[in-house]
Design a protein around this ligand. Structure first.
Ligand code: DC
Length: 236
């Protein structure tokens, strides 16, 4: 059986959490022989670095930026097994826990943190584009800031309730028991912070395609993205 082909270029996947963005992005990359970059994981790793430095919400922005930028953050881009390391430690599980999730919107709002991580993300993208295939990049500002020239930009949405339910199932699978009302409140709190911050707030790029995933299965979203990528001549 022949696969759908190989991706050329960047697919930018933006939207809030709980839209199925990670699942769809990984599966799209795997289907098209492409690399995969989860930029949210880099902000989470930077946040963990700040926490490991003993800092919390009461710390100054300068101290937080210094702690985040002293950290070595490395992203592995295999969509079958993406990795994230902080100063050589595998932190994939720890960055999904409560302390990082609560604090990440504050750390990712700091321009000094974003400047450095965006440059690192762009370096990962450039390295992938120098190789045989393209790259699927997910986050909040990929189509607007990180890869504004991406030939395919997608903005995934879903209602708050559907997104909180998905996040709750993910937490349960990972053994994190979280009350449903707390999860819904956290989803709304992070959306508000991520959408209203001064630097690179979450918003749809003018040329991004809006896909509402409330009523769509992962398979249906994936099929639509494969069709779009092929239609735009990004698959060879
Ligand atoms: O996708 P996620 O939930 O793992 O992202 C964690 C946080 O990082 C999210 O609350 C906002 C921030 N983020 C960001 O500011 N810019 C990105 N490109 C990706 C994530």
């Amino acid at each position: 059986m022949t696969g759908p082909g190989t991706l050329r270029g960047v697919v930018a996947m933006d939207g809030p959490s709980g839209t199925g963005k990670s699942t769809v992005s990984r599966r799209l990359a795997a289907a098209l022989g492409a690399a995969y970059l989860d930029t949210g994981a880099t902000y989470r790793a930077a946040t963990l670095a700040v926490l490991r430095a003993g800092l919390d919400h009461s710390a100054s922005a300068d101290d937080m930026v210094a702690a985040a930028n002293a950290a070595r953050i490395a992203s592995g881009t295999d969509p079958g097994a993406p990795t994230i390391h902080l100063d050589g430690d595998d932190v994939a599980a720890e960055i999904r826990g409560g302390p990082v999730t609560t604090f990440v919107s504050a750390v990712s709002a700091l321009p000094g943190v974003r400047d450095r991580l965006v440059a690192a993300q762009q370096a990962v993208i450039a390295a992938a584009l120098a190789g045989p295939g393209g790259i699927v990049v997910e986050g909040r500002d990929i189509g607007t800031v990180v890869a504004p020239d991406a030939p395919l930009k997608v903005y995934l949405t879903a209602s708050d309730e559907v997104r909180a339910a998905r996040r709750g199932r993910q937490d349960a699978r990972a053994g994190r028991g979280v009350d449903a009302a707390v999860t819904l409140a956290d989803v709304r709190r992070r959306d508000r912070l991520d959408s209203t911050r001064a630097v690179s707030p979450l918003h749809k790029a003018d040329d991004a395609l809006l896909v509402d995933t409330d009523e769509l299965s992962v398979d249906a979203v994936l099929d639509e993205l494969l069709r779009l990528a092929a239609e735009r001549g990004l698959v060879t």
